[in-house]
Ligand binder design. Structure first.
Ligand SMILES: [Zn+2]
Length: 119
């Protein structure tokens, strides 16, 4: 039996794939090796707490006062992820970092304008 899911050749009378566990009768694979990006972002499983916080702060960075907090938390979260390569959540931390940088630049502009530095 040739498995169309993981491209593995199995025994001729095999009921399930030896590699991915796909059932040849029903065509159902019990557990996908890779979860979709959207689902991995929505379900916070196996992620560090800080990267989850960084993700939410990234969203809050639309409001400028949150941006520097998001920036700092995201940097700490990324450092934590480097120490624990098994942990997930890099996408959230990077998102928080990017939003934090953009928000901080906007915040600095607002401050400079209000101080009269830019006319
Ligand atoms: Zn397979």
């Amino acid at each position: 039996m040739f498995c169309p899911n993981c491209m593995t050749n199995n025994d001729e009378n095999a009921a399930v794939c030896k590699k991915c566990g796909r059932n040849f009768q029903t065509g159902v694979t019990p557990k996908e090796n890779k979860e979709p990006m959207s689902a991995s972002f929505a379900i916070p499983v196996g992620r560090t707490g800080l990267s989850i916080i960084a993700g939410y702060l990234g969203l809050l960075s639309i409001l400028p006062p949150f941006a520097p907090i998001s920036l700092i938390v995201s940097i700490v979260a990324l450092k934590q992820l480097k120490k624990n390569p098994g942990k997930l959540g890099k996408g959230r931390a990077v998102f928080g970092l990017a939003m934090g940088i953009i928000g901080t630049i906007i915040l600095l502009f607002i401050l400079l304008i209000s101080l009269g530095a830019i006319s």
